[in-house]
Design a protein around this ligand. Sequence first.
Ligand SMILES: Cc1cc2nc3c(=O)[nH]c(=O)nc-3n(C[C@H](O)[C@H](O)[C@H](O)COP(=O)(O)OP(=O)(O)OC[C@H]3O[C@@H](n4cnc5c(N)ncnc54)[C@H](O)[C@@H]3O)c2cc1C
Ligand SMILES: *[C@@H]1O[C@H](CO)[C@@H](O)[C@H](O)[C@H]1NC(C)=O
Length: 505
Amino acid sequence: MGDIGERKPKVVIVGAGMAGLAAAHRLQSCSGDILDLVVVEAGDRIGGRIFTSEFSGSRIEMGATWIHGIDGSPVYDMAKKAGALIPDDHGGFPFPFERMDGLRSEPLTVAEGGRVVDASMISRISALFSHLKDLIASGEAGDDSPSVGAFLRRGFQSYLASREIGADWTEAAAFAMYEYGERTYTAVDDLESLDLAAEKEYKEFPGEHITLPGGYSRIPNFLSSRLPAGAIRFGRNVSLIEWRPAGSAGIDPVRIHFEDGGMEYADHAIVTVSLGVLKAGLNVTVDGAPGLAFSPPLPEKKREAIRRLGFGLVNKLFMELKGGGENDRSPFPSLRMAFDPARHVASIPRWIRRTESIFPIHSGSRVLLAWFVGGEAAEIEKMDDDEIIRGIHATLDGFSPPPRAAAAADAAFGKIARIRRSGWGRDPRFLGSYSYVAVGSSGDDQDELAKPLPEGGISPAPLQILFAGEATHRTRYATTHGAFLSGVREADRLIQHYGLRSCGF
Ligand SMILES: Cc1cc2nc3c(=O)[nH]c(=O)nc-3n(C[C@H](O)[C@H](O)[C@H](O)COP(=O)(O)OP(=O)(O)OC[C@H]3O[C@@H](n4cnc5c(N)ncnc54)[C@H](O)[C@@H]3O)c2cc1C
Ligand SMILES: *[C@@H]1O[C@H](CO)[C@@H](O)[C@H](O)[C@H]1NC(C)=O
């Protein structure tokens, strides 16, 4: 049990995203009045990479969208308590949201140029891809390929070799389409950078994957509503954390420095900033650069882990179709695109050529959504709206079916009135979207990242800096539930340290 003196031990949580709020909520409900608890947040809202918004009369998610498996998921539990599973009333109808039901029904796969791809070929390629992914998840993929990308490519090559007839480009294009989907789940620019061995450690909760009718932000709102008024301080941009490594003299607590020159003492800091912000912090040499720095610098092992682990970029692009009344249903299908590597429609821009699909956010919706990853996600952050809209129009033209379906196509492949997109990469509070295990790193790096400081022991003061956030969870990184569980883990570390009663939510 730690020593509780006259002064209450002070815990400063850096970041009011899922991890920070889960930690705060856990500490609050378990420690009662014993700890002095503050959450400092650089931005002006809670939720971090959870951010529900509205566009063209629909509820949209700029960040986290799915609960990846509901059975046993603590986030699903919270969603129920927060009322996020129930849609708001919209004049007697449920408020429209990203229901993704259009995706679950048969999507239309079209090859560049406009030919609808044969369904039996798609189901062969889809079965092959699922089979290869099962081999990866079960650890049967062998050690011949270091990366997911290399393993998938070998699998596709041997599939081709096993067949008598030569492949035409659409088959390779269909396989690539599934690879592009995989890039979105993992946030990696090139699947050749995604570590194969780590993939089998990755865990999902069983059960359905769902989106939230009431909006994802209900969950952070619910968590924060349980904190005392004023516990979360906005506009507090932490630039530097001073700590005392083992063996140094003095018993000073941690000092948290803010960009505006302010400073706050703490006995414990729980750092929940993104891996992107930690990576940038390794390189801070001049004042005014983004990123969170430490003094003394983090131990070399932790710095290496931060360097090696991958932090990817994923952005969502929402597009409103022109025409029709507000309540008219649009016939736009869930369009999956098989791009010709020879770029036979020259007007289709390069930045959409590794996007898997364009689809309505619910069936009949006039709001379309496309996901961008890596280099292309960075590119769409830099372009202006008109340039993006022109590129989407060229793409839709290049994929519209031939004249016999013209009547339907005219309506379906409509024009875009306006767009809304996320920009997670250039936002200094995130500097990317979510983490992955890059080739050259491993789950050990995630464990290393999660270790509190100072290392190995209590001198001069124990548990000065604790680390939470999605990237610190070895088996459930890149998700909201990974972030949540990491926050609970670090709160429990302190709860145990102070010998407080254990408690749930
Ligand atoms: C486009 C996109 C789609 C996603 N889709 C899904 C999905 O479908 N399902 C899923 O489970 N997950 C998804 N995720 C991932 C999920 O959103 C994250 O894993 C999770 O929300 C991360 O929570 P966190 O608390 O670890 O970090 P964050 O949410 O990043 O919270 C950290 C907080 O720290 C603050 N901060 C940063 N720097 C400083 C500083 N210097 N000083 C003070 N405060 C600072 C930030 O403003 C932020 O509020 C998605 C993410 C993105 C971007
Ligand atoms: C925090 O301050 C640094 C240093 O001035 C700055 O570069 C960065 O953009 C700021 N971050 C946020 C989230 O405001």
